[in-house]
Design a protein around this ligand. Structure first.
Ligand code: ADP
Ligand code: MG
Length: 231
């Protein structure tokens, strides 16, 4: 087996042009994440966390620097190749769930597996929904589900293709404590079972400390504070 990182980032810079001029959102990010690791990214609103996640997931293009996703340098890929790589290796969970309103829970979970041309998709999707405790909600539409249920559908959808890397942007941000805990339990259980690398942006310190690593984004720079022992 190749011994490469799940994600490696070197000198990543992202600058955008705004009406007020150039804005450098990311100012030289370096990062190395091993396969199967769970990493939390903390930091104030507006510090560049979502921008970084979008770049790592090959949804956006950096101004300079390089990203290797499961060993593949993203700079060498055109849009089509990036889309293929995303489909093959990456899943994304958003704070706002991002389910398709016109599809049932089951159909939402089936969708990425169908796009990937997998076999026996309906049964697989049923198993995934059972896994997140929603076997009794297969034919419900997103509007007919609670926030916690919708996020669990999103998790089932994210894991159906057994992604190498799962990115989650404030996955518990819209949930109450009980549902946040349940969603976190699911994330870590599936992370362990399928050895998925987990990169999650969160304001929830409890969730962050369930991850193996905690990184801090501040003003476009990423640091890894050494944990101070609790006295
Ligand atoms: P976070 O997720 O940490 O809250 P973001 O990555 O969403 O931060 O954004 C970082 C900063 O960059 C914010 O100030 C945001 O307004 C700005 N920003 C993000 N994307 C763009 C863009 N496409 N054009 C202009 N400004 C942007
Ligand atoms: Mg954000």
């Amino acid at each position: 087996m190749l011994n490469h990182s799940a994600i490696k980032v070197s000198q990543l810079v992202k600058t955008v042009t705004t009406q007020e001029g150039e804005l450098t959102i990311l100012k030289g990010i370096n990062l190395d994440v091993k396969p199967g690791q769970s990493v939390a990214i903390l930091g104030p609103s507006g510090s560049g966390k979502s921008t970084l996640l979008g770049l790592l997931a090959a949804l956006d293009t950096p101004t300079s620097g390089e990203i290797w996703l499961d060993g593949t340098p993203l700079s060498g890929l055109n849009e089509e190749q990036k889309a293929a790589l995303r489909k093959q290796k990456v899943s994304f969970i958003f704070q706002s769930f991002m389910l398709v309103d016109t599809l049932t829970a089951l159909e939402n979970v089936m969708l990425p597996a169908e796009l990937a041309g997998m076999q026996d998709v309906r049964n697989l999707a049923k198993k995934m929904l059972q896994r997140v405790g929603l076997a009794h909600r297969l034919s419900h539409y997103p509007k007919q589900l609670s926030g916690g249920e919708q996020q669990r559908v999103a998790i089932a959808r994210a894991f159906i293709c057994a992604p190498k890397v799962l990115f989650a942007d404030e996955p518990t941000g819209n949930l109450d404590k009980q549902n946040a805990d349940r969603v976190a339990d699911m994330l870590f259980a599936l992370n362990q079972e399928s050895a998925t690398t987990l990169i999650l942006v969160t304001h929830d310190l409890q969730l962050a400390h369930r991850c193996e690593r905690q990184l801090l984004m501040a003003d476009g720079q990423l640091s890894e504070p050494t944990r101070t022992p609790v006295s």
